[in-house]
Design a protein around this ligand. Structure first.
Ligand code: S3P
Length: 437
């Protein structure tokens, strides 16, 4: 793979009105539920990023006909709960944790064996959090001795529903169990220690599955059929977050982001940025395909450091790289705790962001489960994204407040979640240049 760096000129501001790419979480689920539904599922606004495309390729390899995606339109010809066919080889899910963990649940119930693998980052990530509860349901899944992928999933197992209190707040674990639960005997219930994104539950309901959720427990009955349907994929708030932070920190900025998903299990970043002083308006709230959507208007505002309330952490779990950049531009200290999950994302985001912020002159002190960032002057410099898409984009927008050029190394992974990020950000005013090595 070509190595890509971002060279970002200091200063500038973000102005304009744009749509951000489709929601990654919802895009994965469109393909997965569409594939095991009866009839056709058509989606608009589908994210044509590498992660969602890895899910598309996996289902194609299991005999599902999928047209597109082309300009955000995708059509999945469902094969029904029992229509998947054995793939010819291992399914390579690239960088995508969502693909691997959700598929582990879905494939645990199939009448054939599968092997799930991925890139070096994905093969470092913990998988026992899904394989252990799936084993309680009767699944047989082997991991490496470290509990990582490749996962060898033995099929032909009869699964039974369980009542599972999740030790970590994880939408991927919850979703894997609900997908396995579709095939299990009886009812599968997952109890959450804190609310996490509920896209699987909402989409299961929209596809006609007997699912109950909303009170800290999500349950599904086994054996029900899903019906394919039209889905509108909202813009991804996790992608919008980089632009929200960029516009907030750069004087003279004013941005409108249209059609962004504002599902309340995702809006922690809005709560955090507003508590720091950001001016973000949520305009014209509406529904699209069972998901709340709105236009967001943001303009520059001075920020102050805060202690981030722990209940907001799972609601903002992917947005912390961007939030740390906001903290670097705030008056005083921002303290995050209770976020040890950040250490097992596409990179160790606490270590990677502490290193990157220090690399541009910001005081950032990692904690075992969080970080303390002191606002200050961003000098500029050369930093490494650790191959993590969100670290790369966060450090690129940090240049808006830098005194010198910011070189962000190893940014190819941005294509997993935000294809066209550099072009879009440049159009809005970021002095970003892509350097291919
Ligand atoms: C996701 C859940 C979250 C999130 C990831 C997408 C999903 O992971 O970080 O980017 O689509 O279910 P966890 O479940 O590990 O918190």
């Amino acid at each position: 793979m070509a190595r890509i760096d971002y060279r970002v000129a200091p200063g500038g501001r973000l102005r304009g009105s744009v749509e951000v790419p489709g929601d990654k979480s919802v895009s994965h689920r469109v393909v997965m539920l569409g594939a095991i539904a009866e009839g056709t599922t058509e989606a608009e606004g589908f994210l044509e990023g590498e992660d969602a495309l890895a899910t598309v390729a996996a289902f194609r390899a299991m005999g599902v006909e999928i047209e597109g995606p082309r300009e955000g339109c995708i059509r999945v010809h469902g094969v029904g709960l029992h229509g998947l066919r054995p793939p010819e080889g291992p399914l390579d899910l690239g960088n995508s944790g969502t693909s691997m963990r959700l598929l582990a649940g879905l494939l645990a119930a199939q009448p054939f064996d599968t092997v799930l693998t991925g890139d070096a980052s994905l093969r470092r990530r913990p998988m026992r959090r899904v394989t252990q509860p799936l084993q309680l349901m009767g699944a047989r899944i082997e991991t490496t001795p470290e509990g990582t992928a490749p996962l060898v999933i033995r099929g032909r197992r009869r699964l039974a529903g369980i009542h599972y209190p999740m030790p970590v707040a994880s939408a991927q674990v919850k979703s894997a169990l609900l997908l396995a639960g579709l095939y299990a005997e009886g009812r599968t219930c997952v109890v959450e220690p804190a609310p996490t994104r509920d896209h699987t539950e909402r989409m299961l309901a929209a596809f006609g599955a007997p699912v109950r959720f909303g009170d800290g427990t999500a349950c599904v009955e086994g054996g029900a059929r899903l019906r394919g349907r039209r889905v509108l994929v909202p813009g991804d708030l996790s992608s919008a977050a980089f632009l929200l932070v960029g516009a907030t920190i750069a004087p003279g900025s004013e941005l409108e982001l249209r059609g962004v998903g504002v599902n309340p299990t995702r809006t922690g970043v809005l709560h955090i940025l507003r508590a720091m002083g950001a001016e973000i308006e949520v305009l014209d709230p509406r529904e699209a395909g069972g998901e709340p959507v709105a236009d967001l208007r943001v303009r520059h505002a001075p920020l102050r450091g805060i202690e981030i309330p722990p209940e907001w952490v799972p609601l903002a779990i992917d947005e912390f790289p961007a939030v740390f950049v906001a903290a670097a531009c705030a008056e005083g200290e921002t303290v995050l705790r209770g976020a040890a999950e950040l250490r097992v994302k596409e990179s160790d985001r606490i270590a990677a962001m502490a290193e990157a912020l220090q690399g541009v002159g910001i005081e950032a002190r990692p904690l075992p489960d969080g970080i303390v960032v002191r606002g200050g002057r961003i000098r500029g410099g050369s930093v490494w994204s650790h191959g993590d898409h969100r670290v790369a984009m966060a450090m690129a927008v940090a240049a808006l407040r830098a005194e010198g050029t910011v070189l962000v190394r190893d940014c190819a992974a941005v294509a997993t979640s935000f294809p066209g990020f550099a072009e879009l950000a440049a159009r809005l005013g970021l002095g970003i240049e892509t350097v291919v090595r």
